[in-house]
Design a protein. Structure first.
Length: 269
């Protein structure tokens, strides 16, 4: 089926269907022509991450330049003060979720919805329990970064990493704790993202995408595309729990994001 062969269910949106000349089932999402929100779900700034070179001003400018409509602030050390979040929202007219990235005994985790005063958690199971207490969302990030090798946060202790099948990789306990798996991370190479995607598909877990930006030009390389316009953090939590989102990558044109199809490989373009 090609665009124009049947009436589009939502006039004004752009639909691109699979054809012989375009075998991948990709949806191209353009800013202003759809009702969803495109959120870079993994961003660090100088406000709460010592290893970042991104100021709020540079973040807002770059997000607008690449066509993002939302940002999840996932600082390493502490979240943004509420007044600074609101000022940023108003100045750059972006949806913002004030989140946090945690270093745990089972890798790095982004939580969305935990209060700012929740601190000092180092065990993934304790973080899961806190998410359950507060109704927060738990995303395991870049689970196969540096895999295989001694620096792998999940499997660095294993000497047989090279021979581990996907079925065994998927049995790591952190995946049972996670609500979703980050399958496109800007700091990972293609093979590492592919393994995350393969595990997520095997387990039937929802999939997110984020740039893991620490430098301004990294913002928006990957993003998570939501089906609806997000107006609040509660909106986003509701959509996350309902699974109405897909991982996406920046296209060739500003404001264009390509949603990863259900059976598509991660291969870069």
């Amino acid at each position: 089926m090609r665009l124009g062969e049947a009436q589009a269910p939502h006039p004004g949106r752009i639909y691109l269907m699979a054809t012989a000349s375009f075998p991948l089932t990709l949806a191209l999402w353009y800013r202003g022509l759809h009702m969803g929100t495109v959120v870079d779900m993994h961003v660090h700034t100088i406000v709460g991450s010592m290893d970042s070179d991104i100021s709020p001003k540079r973040l807002g400018e770059q997000a607008q330049a690449v066509g993002l409509t939302g940002i999840a602030l996932t600082e390493h050390l502490h979240q943004w003060p509420a007044d600074e979040v609101e000022h940023f929202r108003q100045e750059y007219r972006l949806f913002v979720f004030n989140a946090r990235e945690w270093s745990t005994d089972m890798g790095h985790v982004v939580t969305l919805g935990l209060p700012r005063d929740v601190r000092g958690i180092h065990r993934a199971r304790d973080l899961r329990a806190a998410c359950d207490d507060y109704g927060a969302y738990f995303v395991i990030c870049h689970p196969f970064r540096y895999f295989p090798g001694p620096s792998s946060l999940l499997f660095g202790h294993r000497r047989d990493q090279q021979s581990m099948p996907i079925e065994e990789l998927a049995e790591h306990p952190v995946f049972s704790l996670a609500d979703a798996i980050e399958v496109l991370n800007g700091g990972c190479i293609e093979r590492e993202n592919t393994l995350a995607l393969d595990v997520a598909r095997r387990l039937g877990k929802p999939q997110t995408a984020g740039s893991d930006a620490h430098m301004p030009l990294e913002v928006g390389r990957y993003a998570t595309v939501f089906e609806k316009d997000l107006e609040s953090e509660e909106d986003m939590l509701g959509e996350l729990r309902a699974g109405r989102f897909r991982p996406g990558r920046r296209g060739m044109l500003a404001g264009q994001y390509e949603v990863l199809a259900e059976t598509e490989a991660v291969a870069e373009k």
